[in-house]
Design a binder for this molecule. Structure first.
Ligand SMILES: Nc1ncnc2c1ncn2[C@@H]1O[C@H](COP(=O)(O)OP(=O)(O)OP(=O)(O)O)[C@@H](O)[C@H]1O
Ligand SMILES: [Mg+2]
Length: 164
């Protein structure tokens, strides 16, 4: 079953005669459970495509569907809720909130949504086990991006550290 698709997606920046066609008639479909990577040279439109897929920007023409949501039909407020509840984004420049620590950065979207973080899940993640690598990655990404993923030891007590 397709969980995400685009139809004739186009994104242009600028005005005539200086238009940049970042996406030109892109139609893709990704199945539920599929792991997909978008690769291409610098300036080929990867970030532009991800911005459209994540509802961060609107296309010039064409459509994006994620699950049952046709993103072009959502009002700005509904798009904000959609992003908060459905999309996980790690930005090229991180965009972390520097006054919040690792834990606070992770749970902020949940709290903005008026919900309480699942403390047991977080505890399980930060303890040894299946979630350890994910938390190690978050911790390294937040504190030392260049070292992300290189070491996983000693992260269990470090969720109170700050991004910089
Ligand atoms: N806000 C913008 N205004 C004008 N042109 C833009 C804007 N954002 C992107 N572009 C242009 O659109 C094209 C695609 O840019 P994009 O950032 O999507 O590429 P990319 O594949 O993510 O590149 P990189 O690998 O360097 O991150 C480039 O020519 C870029 O200069
Ligand atoms: Mg990019």
């Amino acid at each position: 079953m397709s969980i995400l698709s685009t139809t004739h997606l186009t994104k242009q920046y600028g005005q005539e005669p200086n238009i940049v066609k970042a996406l030109d008639n892109v139609s893709i479909s990704i199945e539920q459970g599929e792991f997909a990577a978008i690769i291409g040279t610098s300036g080929s439109g990867k970030s532009t495509l991800l911005n459209m897929l994540g509802g961060l920007d609107r296309p010039t023409s064409g459509s994006v569907r994620v699950d049952k949501f046709e993103l072009g039909k959502l009002k700005d407020e509904d798009l904000t809720v959609f992003r908060r509840q459905r999309i996980g984004f790690i930005f090229q420049n991180y965009n972390l909130v520097p006054i919040l620590n690792v834990y606070e950065n992770i749970v902020m979207p949940i709290q903005l949504d008026g919900k309480k973080p699942d403390q047991k899940f977080i505890k399980d993640c930060s303890a040894a086990g299946a979630g350890k690598e994910a938390f190690a990655y978050a911790q390294h990404t937040f504190r030392r991006p260049a070292a992300a993923g290189s070491h996983c030891e000693g992260i269990n007590q470090q969720t109170s550290h700050y991004p910089c």
